[in-house]
Write a protein that binds this ligand. Structure first.
Ligand SMILES: Cc1cc2nc3c(=O)[nH]c(=O)nc-3n(C[C@H](O)[C@H](O)[C@H](O)COP(=O)(O)OP(=O)(O)OC[C@H]3O[C@@H](n4cnc5c(N)ncnc54)[C@H](O)[C@@H]3O)c2cc1C
Length: 416
């Protein structure tokens, strides 16, 4: 198929990337009445927000939870597009049926986890940085499972997570879902924006009076550019900037994307399993988190993070399925093996346009978020979840950074 062509060779603003951040920027620019175009390398919009209907049910391959839902802009946006919101609290704090735990153990885990988060909250967000693993109690039997939870939250183990960054993350502990898909909400909000999909930006030349953005579909000139590329791509130099931006590359290197992957299994005779959530194992960090029968559907949604997710990706869908089936058989008995069928699995670390799931600052590198977010010469602006100080790694954080970058660009452009 030939690459899509740009219909106009000039715009006030070019936005690179049509994920949650690019869509946030686009909505703000539309409201301001500016000429702009969003260039998206994929054949779809949404980026790491992505819902697909598989076997009739909408499935979120990327973001699924409206975190900090009581202050999350996507809630009102979803409702404005006619989406229903499931406001029931998540079940991830409880082991359905208590399987895999001996009597009293779940309470021990809750107490240990509670103390871990109390220590985290007691930290100063501008205090000295160190690995978040320093907050684990030496010899605590529950440390591996607390580490496992961190691989779901940050996509990486606590030893590779900046404590200062973790402390800065703001969470109201209100988590809701969209039965028809978070990714579908993000896509709906971008549908009427001027997005060119299948159009990858290859170079940005900001050495002249106007900025030249080179793409696989031609060149466009702009007065301002909003870059929403994941930090993995900036660090790898996937888009060539002239003059070069070594400062941005260095900042991005401190903000690698952790890995989180999902596996969806169809479940036969679902009435024989409780609904809710289970950890696959209680004694290791490399374990899955399984959501049983989400929205009452005959499905199991497995979630894997950190090194485990990376290793399973290397083995393909079969590796995810074998690992999850073994863990589920350990909890519910051997007979469950014959009742599971793979529906889909993600592979975000291998996705060339993401190279991971969400950003987690390396120990000592929390301040790179502000460095990455800083505009260059009042003409290049940076957005994307990794540039958010408090809401990084989320779709609402990404959206807000897009709006922020658009406002910075508008201020630089002056009156329309
Ligand atoms: C498995 C998983 C689970 C998650 N769970 C949650 C959750 O429950 N709740 C939550 O809030 N968040 C969650 N997230 C994180 C959330 O999805 C992301 O933080 C958010 O979607 C990132 O948006 P963004 O716009 O910053 O980046 P992206 O969505 O990555 O957007 C960047 C865009 O740039 C495009 N692009 C890349 N290179 C080029 C190029 N050269 N030219 C043009 N375009 C290019 C990409 O294709 C992409 O569309 C999850 C993510 C994953 C992967």
């Amino acid at each position: 198929m030939p690459a899509p062509e740009l219909t106009s060779s000039a715009a006030d603003v070019v936005v690179i990337g049509a994920g949650a951040a690019g869509i946030g920027a686009g909505r703000r620019l539309l409201q301001a009445g500016r000429s702009f175009v969003i260039l998206e390398a994929r054949e779809r919009i949404g980026g790491r927000a992505w819902t697909e209907r598989v076997g009739g049910d909408p499935i979120d391959f990327g973001c699924g939870w409206l975190h900090s839902a009581d202050r999350n802009p996507w809630v009102a946006i979803a409702e404005s597009h006619g989406f229903a919101i499931d406001r029931r609290p998540p079940t991830w704090g409880v082991q359905a049926g208590g399987v895999g735990f001996k009597p009293g153990e779940e309470q021990d885990l809750q107490a240990s986890m509670g103390r871990f988060f109390e220590r985290l909250e007691a930290e100063d967000e501008d205090g000295p940085d160190r690995p978040a693993a320093d907050l684990l109690e030496p010899g605590d039997r529950w440390s591996p499972l607390i580490d496992a939870v961190n691989t779901y939250v940050n996509g990486t183990e606590l030893s590779k997570t900046s404590l200062r960054d973790y402390v800065r993350y703001a969470d109201t502990d209100v988590n809701w879902r969209v039965p028809d898909g978070y990714g579908a909400v993000v896509a709906a909000h971008g549908r009427d924006l001027p997005v060119l999909t299948g159009c990858a930006v290859t170079a940005v030349d900001h050495s002249g009076r106007t900025i030249r953005v080179e793409t696989t579909g031609g060149t466009v000139e702009a007065r301002a550019v909003i870059v929403t590329l994941p930090p993995t791509l900036l660090a790898a130099g996937a888009v060539c900037f002239t003059p070069d931006l070594p400062d941005k590359r260095e900042a991005a290197e401190g903000l690698p994307l952790g890995v989180a992957d999902k596996l969806f299994l169809a479940l036969d005779r679902p009435e024989e399993l409780p609904a809710g959530h289970v950890f696959g194992r209680t004694d290791r960090a490399g374990t899955g988190s399984y959501h049983l029968k989400p929205f009452g559907r005959p499905l199991i949604e497995g979630y894997f993070g950190g090194t485990l997710a990376r290793d399973l990706e290397a083995g393909g869908v079969e590796a995810f399925a074998a690992f999850a089936t073994d863990e589920l058989a350990g909890l519910f008995g051997e007979a469950i093996r014959g009742r599971l069928r793979v529906v889909a699995a993600t592979a975000w670390a291998s996705d060339p346009l993401a190279r991971g799931s969400y950003s987690a600052a390396l120990p000592g590198r929390a301040d790179e978020r502000a460095r990455l977010a800083a505009p260059v010469d009042g003409r290049l602006f940076f957005a994307g979840e990794a540039t958010s100080r408090h809401d990084f790694s989320t779709a609402h954080g990404a959206y807000r950074t897009g709006v922020r970058a658009a406002e910075e660009a508008l201020a630089g452009l002056g009156p329309a």
